[in-house]
Ligand binder design. Structure first.
Ligand SMILES: [Zn+2]
Length: 428
């Protein structure tokens, strides 16, 4: 039995060893599988993290693309085509086929622009009548003159969308003409989208004598708290308030903000400054006021406005009338240079007082003084290059013209019935 007992223990020993081997194999397999699974899990986790990060990054890039496309569309609306293309290409990290496609769309649009060959219209205004009850009221200093030669705030605000509907776009004279170093002037090709046409606007005088202030016009321009140009006006209670609608300038600025397509590359209009009326409500002969006027002029230039000469005296007789003399206009021009140019800067545009067209050596005098563009008043003719100058007609969009030339204005600019302010007194 010993033998059999030995055999038994040997069998047991072998069985135990086999068990150990099995356990060992099991352990080896399970740890390696576990390890493998763990490593795999870790790799996946990392990959997932990387993927997640990559997704987030792409989301951010896509958001940037959307932003670039929106901003470039706004630039295109304002006729800043090259700038829009440059903006789309400005960030190589986000530049992809989508942006490439946007660039292509703009390039195709630019290629389809047509040189503009139609009429060139220039319209002009005076300061706006804000309170017709004062301007046409019993205490007004010149109700008849205002009814003829002025435009009300309401009329001006009604005109802008109608002008835009007709395709008008504000431009600068320098978008239409080129002047070389010798003073030779030539027409410049202006490329506009189909259906668009250029419009020049000018505002005469932009001065606020006491009579105007009490007759329902603005009192002065200011730079407001938002660094915008606003008008100060006495309200009906006689209290001074800041207004965005009491003058042409804030109205146009705000309109262009909403409708960038109404302004070619930021163009607004011209202010025809007259010395003897003060400059935008400031006395050029009082140093602090002259300084303030200059600050306002500089800000307005940034906003797209231009400053031009409307003479110093704005007077008749030897200055600007049938009896103008060379001596008279020389004296006027010297005064303008002395008192007004330091505030508004140089300009090559002269707006003739009373729209008078000087002749011969008197006209030549302005060309020689560097005024290439001579602006008069004429509702039918078109700009004409004369020697080294351009004689540019302008149309007054005021009570007189809306009454006396209604059909023409309705045909060329806007339906007068949709604009005319019924608060005006009967036209006589
Ligand atoms: Zn004038």
């Amino acid at each position: 039995m010993m033998v059999s007992g030995d055999l038994m223990s040997k069998k047991n020993q072998i069985r135990r060893q086999v068990s150990w081997v099995i356990i060992l194999i099991f352990l080896i397999i399970s740890t390696s599988v576990g390890g493998f699974l763990w490593v795999k899990y870790e790799i996946d986790r990392k990959n997932n993290n990387n993927n997640q990060q990559e997704i987030e990054k792409e989301k951010a890039r896509e958001a940037k693309r959307v932003e670039l496309i929106e901003k470039s569309a706004l630039l295109v609306k304002g006729y800043y085509y090259q700038e829009a293309i440059e903006l789309l290409k400005s960030n190589p990290e986000v530049y992809n086929d989508k942006l490439k496609n946007e660039v292509k769309k703009i390039e195709d649009f630019v290629a389809a622009l047509q040189p503009y060959t139609g009429r060139i219209e220039q319209v002009f205004f005076h300061s706006l009548i804000v309170y017709p009850e004062l301007a046409f009221g019993p205490k007004s200093s010149e109700p008849q003159g205002y009814n003829y030669w002025m435009t009300t705030q309401l009329e001006f605000e009604r005109m802008l969308p109608l002008l835009m509907e007709r395709g008008y776009v504000l431009v600068r004279i320098s978008d239409l003409y080129e002047v070389d170093a010798q003073g030779n002037v030539s027409a410049k090709t202006l490329y506009l989208p189909k259906g668009k046409r250029p419009l020049l606007i000018s505002v005469d005088n932009v001065g606020y004598p006491e009579s105007r202030k009490k007759d329902g016009f603005a009192s002065r321009l200011i730079i407001d708290n938002n660094n915008e140009i606003s008008a100060v006006i006495r309200n009906l209670e006689g209290k001074e308030v800041i207004s965005r609608t009491a003058e042409v300038f804030p109205i146009v600025d705000d309109f262009v903000k909403v409708h960038p397509e109404f302004s070619y590359r930021g163009a607004k209009g011209m202010l025809g400054i007259t010395g003897s009326w003060g400059v935008m409500g400031y006395d050029p002969k009082i140093p602090e006021e002259a300084l303030e006027a200059k600050r306002i002029a500089n800000r307005m230039k940034e906003l797209g406005w231009e400053f031009v000469s409307h003479s110093y005296t704005h007077a008749g007789g030897k200055y600007f009338s049938e009896n103008s003399t060379l001596e008279g206009i020389k004296e006027d021009t010297e005064l303008f240079k002395k008192w007004i140019v330091p505030i508004i800067g140089d300009s090559n545009v002269f707006i003739a007082p009373f729209g008078i067209t000087l002749k011969g050596e008197l006209y030549q005098y302005f060309i020689d003084e560097g005024y290439t563009f001579y602006l008069n008043v004429d509702r039918r003719s078109q700009p004409r290059i004369i020697g080294k100058s351009v004689l540019m007609p302008r149309i007054n969009l005021d009570g007189f013209v809306m009454n006396r030339d209604k059909a023409y204005i309705s045909e060329h600019f806007f339906d007068v019935d949709k604009v005319y302010d019924q608060r005006r007194p009967p036209f006589q």
